[in-house]
Write a protein that binds this ligand. Sequence first.
Ligand SMILES: *Cc1c(COP(=O)(O)O)cnc(C)c1O
Length: 388
Amino acid sequence: MSRATETSIFTEMTELARRTGAVNLGQGVPDLDSPGALLSDVASAVLAGANQYPPATGHPALRAAVAEHQRRRYGIALDQDAEVLVTTGATEALAAAVLALTGPGDEIVTFDPCYDAYAADARLSGATLVTVGLAIDGDGFALDSDALRAALTPRSRLLLLNSPHNPTGKVFTPDELGRIAELCREHELTVLTDEVYEHLVYDGARHLPIATLPGMRERTLTVSSAGKTFNVTGWKVGWISGPAELVAAVAAVKQWLTYASGTPYQEAIAGALGGVEEWAKELRGVLASGRDLLAGGLTAAGLRPYRADAGYFLQADIRPWGFADGPRFCRELPELAGVVAIPTSAFQQGVDTAPWLVRFSFCRRPDALREAVTRLSALTAPSARPDR
Ligand SMILES: *Cc1c(COP(=O)(O)O)cnc(C)c1O
């Protein structure tokens, strides 16, 4: 699907939600609270005069907090000056890394479906995005390591991993990460790993950064961000960390994109990261309840939700309602049920083997989710649904 088509479906669905008064479970924008101290720390930082450019590599306090976070949570030791770079959201970290490390003739390998910025970043750099479909395995998604092996060529330069994964809610298992790492070492690939949902992992699932696997630290750039962790997506404070020479290459590009941004936000997030474990535990409780509420509602309405171990989104199979095509379903759902969702095909870059998947987001307040579930379950009687 072309970039133009993707953009139009997001715009179209947002417009449809507005026009029909449908509950918008299309977008991944949380309407949940942020830590109160974080909000007042930003206000204090602004009033105290933290309003000029920070260093191009980021506020020293935030670089220190990120290094400490990686050490404490994952045992990854980082030099806060040479191996951590603060960026304008994870978005800029990903773009700057792709621009720094790839160019025309290079191939970037990623898993399909994928976050839509990856294809755009590849286009900006002139590299080719090669996608490997995630396999559907029972009620979840799995790595197809044969397909990954088959996708690697002498032109493969970068493996772009996203775990926990958007849009599926998959957390790559230690075994899957081990197989990916082995192929990356064998083919001498650099890994760019997008871990913005690192704190939003539910039930028994565990997030393992690929940088912690043997032989991977020296070839991995790890990206994360404050947006999803603290419900502050509008602040756009992200970071990238890894070996000094790779981080320096990313910094060289980043300085000509934004140079630097968000001094008071960086300062406040530096303070919040130390207490993130307590905060994230509470947020996980809220999100996991939202997920359960939505999954229960989808099931009651006769749709088939997939397991989401992390993040903001649930995938649902729409075939039980007689639909085979996600975009068509999503265009009709606001009329049918007063709910908006996004077809997973919008995140699909390669051949779409599951056009019947639709993405619903649960990063919403319980009242919005309850309203969506009530509307969906009004359609449980097969007679209330269109016959296809
Ligand atoms: C939201 C999101 C981002 C963007 O993060 P920002 O910090 O807002 O730039 C990147 N990757 C994934 C997978 C996301 O869901």
